[in-house]
Unconditional design. Structure first.
Length: 354
């Protein structure tokens, strides 16, 4: 149920649906209850790597089959595009950044199953040395995304508002080229776009960073009907992280899958070198001690609490909006249950498509 007070978040989701229409209209998102559809993001690292591994997990597909459920992994260009489809038998789960997770939790009951990334989202400039120098400049962003949140934070820190820059909606895969060609003065994005842009020119620089996390999110109504299926999804997430941690060859294999998936979705090569990709996967996922478990607190606060408070302070979320739906989303215990029964859920057994 969409809460009327959360009009801004609803509009972000609605605009995401409009942007998504051109490529998602070919997806079978007819409401049904015999399949688990997972939204993945092959254009983002390391979350896209997890999506690539999950969609190739033969053990997971077999376990769902035993429960009478099919499985499909649907590629999305950005997290906000998934939010309008979550629930209602259309999209049962998705790998989402912090802002889309916050949006999803405020519009419909969801569970946060586990952590997919913990890092920083960046604002990268072509020439400006600080955020204040972007006044009046063209800045690319993805509305309603974790990068949008980083941009809002960066502007606020420099005493600017969105109206003080020219916002340019753009896909993250297009941003490095647009920056190099001078079509924009800066962009806000998650990896690998910042790494690709910084590699292009020594003049490109990061002018702001904001802490950012991605999560595996699942519809609460689907979990209520199929609790064991969601536990197997949680197990597949844990298995993917364990497999990636096993050795560098597995990381490189998963990176190749992800780059191929991203090129198929966007129609363009990602421009990310293998060595860069491996570093991102290690830094933003595998070197996080708790992953895939979500840390109970980060910088002294519950997950997403700081984002929620900041968005209220700048008027993006009404002051009377309730925090409880977001806090409640993190109460899911299925991942812990799967990890406590590793033999039953085959956490350490690996069988992936080539």
């Amino acid at each position: 149920m969409i809460r009327g007070a959360l009009l801004w978040l609803f509009l972000v989701s609605a605009s995401g649906a409009v942007l998504a229409e051109a490529y998602t209209d070919r997806y079978d998102l007819t409401p049904r209850d015999d399949r688990l559809d997972l939204g993945v993001q092959p254009l983002g690292f390391p979350t896209g790597v997890l999506g690539a591994v999950l969609r190739r997990d033969r053990i997971f597909r077999a376990e769902l089959g035993q429960l009478g459920l099919g499985f499909s992994a649907l590629p999305f260009r950005r997290g906000p595009d998934m939010v309008p489809y979550l629930g209602g038998g259309r999209l049962e789960a998705g790998l989402l950044g912090d802002m889309p997770t916050l949006t999803a939790a405020l519009r419909e009951p969801v569970w946060v199953v586990g952590l997919a990334k913990q890092t920083f989202t960046s604002v990268v400039s072509r020439e400006a040395a600080q955020m204040a120098a972007l006044r009046g400049q063209r800045v690319a962003y993805v509305e309603g995304s974790s990068a949008h949140y980083a941009l809002l934070q960066g502007l606020t820190s420099a005493g600017l508002a969105e109206k003080d820059v020219e916002l340019v909606p753009m896909g993250v895969d297009e941003m490095p080229d647009a920056l190099a060609q001078g079509r924009i003065a800066a962009f806000a994005a998650w990896e690998p776009a910042p790494a690709v842009a910084l590699e292009r020119s020594v003049a490109h620089r990061v002018v702001f960073r904001s802490p950012s996390s991605d999560f595996l999110v699942v519809s609460r109504s689907f979990e209520a009907r199929h609790p064991e299926a969601v536990r197997h999804l949680a197990a597949a997430l844990a298995r993917a992280v364990a497999w990636l941690r096993q050795n560098g060859a597995n990381i490189e294999r998963a990176v190749r899958w992800t780059l191929a998936d991203g090129e198929h979705l966007s129609g363009r090569a990602g421009g990310l070198a293998m060595q860069q990709a491996v570093r991102i996967v290690r830094r933003e996922l595998l070197d996080i001690p708790s992953a895939p478990k979500v840390p109970a607190r980060a910088e002294g606060e519950a997950p997403l609490r700081g984002q929620f408070r900041f968005l209220q302070q700048i008027g993006k979320i009404p002051g009377g909006a309730a925090w409880e739906p977001v806090a409640g989303a993190f109460a899911y215990r299925g991942l812990e249950e799967a990890l406590a029964a590793p033999e039953r859920y085959r956490i350490g057994v690996f069988d992936y498509d080539p």
